[in-house]
Design a protein around this ligand. Structure first.
Ligand SMILES: Cc1cc2nc3c(=O)[nH]c(=O)nc-3n(C[C@H](O)[C@H](O)[C@H](O)COP(=O)(O)OP(=O)(O)OC[C@H]3O[C@@H](n4cnc5c(N)ncnc54)[C@H](O)[C@@H]3O)c2cc1C
Length: 502
């Protein structure tokens, strides 16, 4: 009989960690994945003689403090040993126009402050004040992770946290007196969260920025696929099962509206607990509506889908030195203002270009290199009249437009060296991840639906018995660390409930 303690739906970062943890804790675990390989976004693909990394620009593997959960601590606890390579540079940002700049930001607390001071003399103290706010924020977040703390105690003992929690990143930077140009440079990473910093929660941005600065961006040697395979191994070594090519088409409920199983590949599987790495919209669309509370349905409908991308992967027949590329990660922006960058996204407002060979010189065959262009895109950005017939032309036109722009900006010649090219759009992501409109970041982290309100409302917002969620759509927002951490959170909650016989 297909009876399990735990069924995990989807083998993305969240689902993989959740399944590995419940299996390691001794619970009979089944992981169901619709694709023929694990990882979701965390995978790789091969074209000709190149193995491409499809998603990871920079893994933020460490937390800002040793007592916090991080990719490193999760992997260590699971016994996963994937060596990571650490970068000294966070990014280079090239801003065009009259007030433009070309700044490289270093990783590490002091080197980062030094690079900010070199770019904007006199900004060091205010930038340091801003970054140091991570300490009170982390203290209070620790309490929130242990359950919702008493609000009066939070206000008395963690007033900085309360002050920051309700404000945008830019409001917090203004409050500590960061000069405009330094603020603009500091804001560059909004592109990783998908919400411009005038709307992005200050606490969320501060956490991301300081984690990258302190922990240094990292990369696995063999693409993110290596990390996904290592997590599958933990699951299997601990008696867990993974079935590929098994799309869950139905969530099953008992007489008390509690989830009790799923249907995948026409077969029913039963479990005491189900963890979904799949976005709530898709879970509810695959459920009998009568079992889903009105609140959950309204919430899923009210939420805005977050960012997706157009990505261009290039395999080139020359080395990065021959090409004239010197940096790992370059952000190109057309204006210092993140809101303007967001508004102009289809016209070079912001795009990112990575050269994996800078971090990993032997990532490609000798005499070659790869470039990876990332263009932010949002649900609704695809042309309304896009048809299957003109899809190829649409992709090629965008790729040509952005590659030519980068050639011109950097004074290099890319097009004659293209040996392999692959272009992904929101349609590609929708096909591989099954997310609505190809969203890769779950729900937008802006306005009322931010990480602080999500954490505070978690118990009320996720109210289906025996059903747990993890992944980029869950409370911590997108990103590899969030996926892994929410997988850990879901597994811990399930293990606790099973131990207590709930
Ligand atoms: C181009 C790009 C660049 C990125 N860059 C970075 C970066 O530099 N740093 C960073 O931290 N993050 C980055 N991210 C974000 C990061 O990749 C994601 O936030 C994270 O991987 C999402 O993990 P997840 O747990 O939500 O699972 P997902 O990756 O969304 O995987 C979900 C899994 O569920 C499966 N599934 C879906 N429906 C079903 C079903 N019905 N039945 C069974 N299985 C199903 C899918 O096939 C998939 O395997 C990037 C993403 C992209 C696309």
């Amino acid at each position: 009989m297909n009876q399990y303690d735990v069924i995990v739906v989807g083998a993305g970062n969240g689902g993989l960690v959740a399944a590995a943890m419940t299996a390691k804790a001794g619970y009979r675990t089944l992981l169901l994945e619709k694709h023929n390989i694990p990882g979701g976004c965390a995978t790789s693909f091969v074209r000709g003689r190149f193995e491409f990394e499809p998603s990871l620009h920079e893994l933020c593997s460490e937390a800002t403090r040793d007592d916090q959960s991080s990719v490193t601590s999760i992997f260590r606890d699971l016994g996963v040993d994937v060596p990571l390579l650490y970068e000294d540079t966070l990014l280079r940002v090239i801003c065009r126009g009259e007030n433009g700049y070309d700044v490289t930001l270093k990783a590490g607390w002091e080197p980062f402050l030094d690079s900010m001071e070199a770019a904007v003399p006199g900004c060091r103290e205010s930038v340091k004040t801003f970054l140091d706010l991570i300490n009170p924020v982390d203290d209070a977040m620790g309490l929130m992770n242990d359950g919702i703390p008493n609000p009066v105690m939070l206000m008395k003992k963690h007033s900085d946290f309360i002050r920051i929690a309700g404000h945008s990143a830019e409001e917090v930077m203004d409050a500590v007196g960061i000069p405009q140009k330094a603020k603009d440079i500091l804001n560059t990473y909004w592109g990783y969260l998908g919400v411009p910093t005038d709307e992005l929660n200050g606490l969320h941005y501060l956490s991301l920025l300081t984690a990258y600065i302190k922990g240094h961006p990292s990369m696995p040697y063999h693409r993110s696929h290596e990390m996904s395979l290592a997590l599958v191994k933990v699951l299997q070594d601990n008696g867990g099962t993974i079935y590929y090519n098994r799309e869950v088409t139905r969530f099953l409920y008992d007489g008390q509206d509690a989830v009790c199983g799923v249907i995948a590949g026409g077969e029913a599987f039963w479990a005491k607990k189900v963890i979904s790495n799949v976005i709530p919209n898709n879970v509810f669309n695959r459920s009998d509506n009568r079992h889903i509370s009105k609140r959950s349905r309204k919430l899923a409908n009210a939420r805005q889908l977050g960012m997706t991308f157009i990505t261009i992967y290039l395999g080139l027949d020359c080395t990065m030195e021959e090409l004239g590329v010197k940096d790992y990660s370059v952000f190109v922006v057309n204006d210092p203002n993140p809101r303007k960058q967001y508004d102009d996204r289809l016209d070079f407002g912001m795009y990112i270009v990575n050269c994996l060979n800078k971090a990993l010189p032997d990532a490609t065959p000798e005499g070659t290199c790869t470039l990876f262009f990332t263009l932010p895109y949002y649900p609704g950005d695809l042309p309304e009249d896009l048809s299957p017939e003109n899809y190829k032309k649409f992709k090629n036109d965008i790729a040509e437009k952005f590659i030519k722009d980068y050639e011109q900006l950097m004074g290099i010649s890319i097009i004659p060296h293209i040996e392999e090219i692959s272009i992904a759009t929101p349609i590609t992501f929708a096909r591989y991840l099954s997310t609505p409109r190809g969203a890769v970041y779950g729900y937008s982290n802006g306005g009322w639906d931010n990480v602080v309100t999500r954490a505070a409302m978690e118990a009320m917002d996720y109210d289906t018995a025996n059903l747990y969620f993890c992944g980029g759509h869950y409370i911590r927002g997108d990103g590899y660390p969030s996926g892994y951490m929410t997988g850990e959170m879901a597994a811990k909650a399930v293990i606790r409930a099973l131990k207590e016989g709930k």
